[in-house]
Design a protein around this ligand. Structure first.
Ligand SMILES: [Zn+2]
Length: 393
């Protein structure tokens, strides 16, 4: 005797169609169990069980007993009115519904693939609730409220820290230039120092202060804004001052710039040993201010610099008065508040990992640059998220 287990789909072609995995994934039902059948009848989605079992007495003697309507939200096809089969047990008389447990939680109308998707987006975007909502709508045709998304994440298996819902207020900003078809373009990136996550990235044609301002302003709408660290570009300075946020310079960039200025001066001017010593002493004094352990120490060193006997000329005036004294606050903000980093290393590390220099140079195609970059950044964020989880144990 030939033993073969027949399925309903072996007999009814209409049923068979929807068991195809690509059809299921097309409708956001890829993980529903075999016993749940999805049909389309008169343009409406219909769910029933392949084998219905009475939940009360476990009897298989079941008859169909009408239907009810239930709104469900799917990936790709969004909200749909679905027809759910009801059954009646012939043995004990209990009326029950199709078992939808592989598709949706009992008191929810959001299907499990949507919930998975939200959890994945949360891993990618971290605290960016509005981004998760936007991505759901744009990429998955799912429109649900902030509150629903928040509830899903709060109930998810991921540990969720409510304080982290919003960005910390402490950021680093940087841009990366790239030449695309002979035209310079800039990838702007904003990074949350405390959450260790990217807040926002954007590909733009110009690095002028208005573009930077708009990017920062949009990225931080309704978010805490305490401080932003950058390198020394004056466009950044103008944009951040306009935002009315504390702005701090990256100490590494400051030292690099000062070294460069001094070297340039030494190259152009023939100095005797004594003069040279005075200039080097001035530079070391400036570096001491930058490396001060606390604000009082930095202020004391600044006051000493004002009274200091160093060669007074255009060059030293520019460095001492136009830079160190004028921007003293931006140079020492990290001494006021432990949350503020002294350098921009964190965001630069990401750029280096995501976009090594050799890739930058060979980048020629405009299409897909932004999305490729975003994918890589997302990958970085996920990897980073995993590492964070590891170290917290
Ligand atoms: Zn029964």
């Amino acid at each position: 005797m030939e033993l073969k287990e027949y399925k309903l789909s072996d007999f009814v072609p209409e049923f068979f169609e929807f068991r195809q995995s690509d059809d299921l994934s097309r409708f956001g039902c890829e993980n529903i169990e075999d016993n749940l059948i999805r049909l389309e009848k008169r343009g409406k989605i219909h769910f029933e069980n392949r084998i219905a079992v009475c939940p009360s007495c476990k009897s298989h003697h079941i008859v169909k007993n009408g239907t009810y309507e239930r709104k469900l939200i799917f990936l790709r096809i969004g909200e749909q009115k679905c027809i759910i089969q009801k059954y009646k047990c012939k043995k004990c008389g209990k009326v029950f519904y199709s078992d939808l447990s592989s598709l949706v939680y009992p008191n929810s109308n959001i299907t499990l693939p949507v919930i998975d998707c939200i959890e994945n987006l949360y891993q990618i975007y971290g605290a960016g609730l509005h981004k998760i909502r936007f991505n759901l709508k744009q990429q998955h045709n799912v429109e649900i409220s902030h509150q629903s998304i928040e509830n899903i994440i709060l109930n998810s298996k991921y540990e969720f820290d409510y304080d982290n819902w919003y960005y910390s207020g402490y950021y680093l900003f940087d841009s990366l230039w790239t030449r695309i078809n002979g035209v310079w373009q800039y990838i702007l990136a904003l990074f949350d120092v405390k959450l260790n996550t990217l807040v926002s990235t954007k590909l733009v044609k110009s690095e002028d202060s208005k573009t930077i301002y708009n990017f920062l302003n949009e990225s931080l709408r309704n978010q805490k804004k305490i401080s932003i660290g950058t390198d020394l570009k004056h466009e950044y300075r103008e944009a951040i001052d306009k935002l009315k946020v504390k702005h701090h310079f990256c100490k590494f960039h400051v030292k690099q710039a000062i070294n460069k200025r001094f070297k340039g001066y030494f190259d152009k001017n023939q100095l005797n040993e004594e003069e040279m010593e005075k200039f080097i002493d001035l530079k070391q004094h400036i570096f001491k201010i930058l490396d001060a352990n606390n604000l009082d120490e930095a202020k004391k060193l600044r006051d000493e610099l004002i009274d200091k006997n160093y060669p007074k000329n255009k060059f030293t005036h520019k460095i001492v008065w136009k830079f160190i004294i004028s921007y003293f606050k931006k140079l020492t903000t990290h001494l006021e508040n432990n949350n503020i980093p002294s350098t921009n290393n964190k965001i630069e590390n990401i750029f280096q990992k995501v976009f090594p220099k050799h890739i930058k140079r060979t980048m020629k195609i405009e299409q897909g640059l932004s999305s490729r970059f975003m994918l890589k950044l997302n990958h970085w964020n996920i990897k980073n998220e995993k590492e964070k989880n590891h170290t917290s144990f």
